[in-house]
Write a protein that binds this ligand. Sequence first.
Ligand code: URA
Length: 172
Amino acid sequence: TVFGEGLKSAEIVFVGEQPGDKEDLAGKPFVGPAGRVFDEGLDAAGIDRRLAFVTNAVKHFKWEARGKRRIHQKPNAAELAACRPWLDAELEAVRPKVLVALGATASQSLLGRQFRVTKDRGRPVESNLAPYVIATVHPSSILRQRTDEERQAAMDDFVADLRVVAELLAQV
Ligand code: URA
């Protein structure tokens, strides 16, 4: 089980989808390739990860064997629902001022199935989960871009969303 990591006094909570291979081995969220993109985005936006609480909508790595590799599988609605009490308990313990959903799985789990990251990213949305709730893409979607140009553009958009997060933090 990979629970969240960070300070109980954190003013910001980031929620990803589920731990990946590296996270499962380390027992910590966002420490693999997606974690490196996440850290790069935070650095560029001037957000100190050590002051944030970082967690996932689902607490276990779901995978399928392909040779010796463990390939990520998307969690289903039942798995999201099963982990929700732990996510709620984390939010209840930390009570962040800003809650950030990373990608469609976390966004739809927190904000409803109708939520569209592509349409609604980068601006605060109405929710009783925290004073400010905002969604952006999942860092691994940046890694999946096909060309360097597309990767750079996706990274720039991710950083722009994180700068909005940094501004919200400064307001509350
Ligand atoms: N992807 C996630 O959604 N969470 C992690 O912790 C790592 C990769």
